[in-house]
Design a protein around this ligand. Structure first.
Ligand SMILES: Cc1cc2nc3c(=O)[nH]c(=O)nc-3n(C[C@H](O)[C@H](O)[C@H](O)COP(=O)(O)O)c2cc1C
Length: 275
């Protein structure tokens, strides 16, 4: 019995020490929709950093208009309850363990061709990692919705980046993939945010610098938590305000500011609270 136990313990400790490259055998597909190319950059970067396969989602009737035309079409489709058809994907989902599903945020939800995709695909038994690009945010709410409509898949909130900060993509995606064990590597751990405190005048000035130019109202900061690194200060603002439709909202807005002389604060993401 003692011998059996020691063999089991040896086997278990070997498993614990097993090199992580076993994970490299995970087969990954990057599936993306992009209208103006920003999400395509995210998808290509994922493909490069993970060594994954990649495929674009194509709408049967392409959304090839400018912003105003696309918005108008989206509004008409929402009113009429139309979900656009997409071409069948060529990849065989059964060949993959995990799918990085990449999309832009449109009208507070995922770009409409993703609705067409999930009419055709259940992703049963697969890990689906949501990734998006956006003007201000929307990854969290779309992930919550995808969890509901893809009950046979394991939907996981992934990586999001503002279109205005796409130049930071490579570095920030690298951090995300390592921190969430999608690839091997090392990144310096970031400190936790401190306690939330009422906003000082200096912090309000940072918030305004980052948010005042945005095309839609981003509210007034009520309190803030800060974390300070060698080169950067990050802020987690809790805000309340009135949105573009005249409705009250609250949100968490992340802002980052480099310490170098002349650097401008920028917001990285708006996470709206559900009303
Ligand atoms: C019709 C339309 C609606 C949009 N709605 C939102 C929105 O509700 N929230 C947001 O943060 N960004 C919104 N955006 C901005 C896009 O998410 C952003 O520009 C994205 O990076 C575009 O990705 P693409 O270049 O891959 O198409 C919208 C863009 C379009 C065209």
């Amino acid at each position: 019995m003692k011998k059996v136990l020691s063999i089991m313990i040896a086997a278990l400790s070997l498993a614990a020490c097993a090199p992580k490259h076993q994970e490299a055998a995970t087969k990954t597909l990057v599936l993306y929709y992009s209208q103006t190319g920003v999400t395509e950059k995210l998808a290509l970067e994922l493909q490069a950093q993970l060594g994954a396969d990649i495929e674009a989602i194509v709408a049967e009737q392409p959304y090839d208009g400018d912003f105003a035309t696309t918005l108008e079409r989206c509004q008409n489709e929402m009113v009429a309850g139309i979900v656009p058809e997409v071409k069948p994907i060529k990849a065989n989902i059964d060949d993959y363990d995990q799918i990085f599903l990449c999309y832009p945020i449109w009208c507070g939800t995922f770009a409409f061709p993703i609705g067409g995709l999930i009419k055709n695909e259940s992703f049963a038994g697969k890990k689906v990692i949501t990734c998006s690009t956006f003007g201000s945010g929307g990854l969290q709410s779309t992930t919550r919705y995808l969890k509901e409509v893809l009950p046979q898949a394991e939907v996981i909130e992934g990586f999001g980046i503002r279109a205005a900060r796409i130049d930071k993509l490579s570095e920030e995606l690298n951090r995300f993939l390592i921190e969430h064990f999608f690839k091997e590597g090392e990144v310096e751990a970031l400190p936790a945010f401190m306690e939330h405190q009422p906003v000082t005048d200096a912090e309000k000035a940072v918030f305004d610098e980052a948010c005042a130019d945005y095309q839609f109202p981003l509210g007034t900061p009520i309190d803030v938590a800060v974390r300070e690194m060698d080169n950067v200060i990050d802020y987690e603002f809790y805000v309340e305000g009135i949105n573009e439709y005249g409705n009250p909202f609250s949100a968490t807005i992340y802002v980052t500011k480099d310490k170098v002389e002349g650097a401008k604060a920028e917001f990285t993401q708006v996470i709206r609270n559900e009303i």
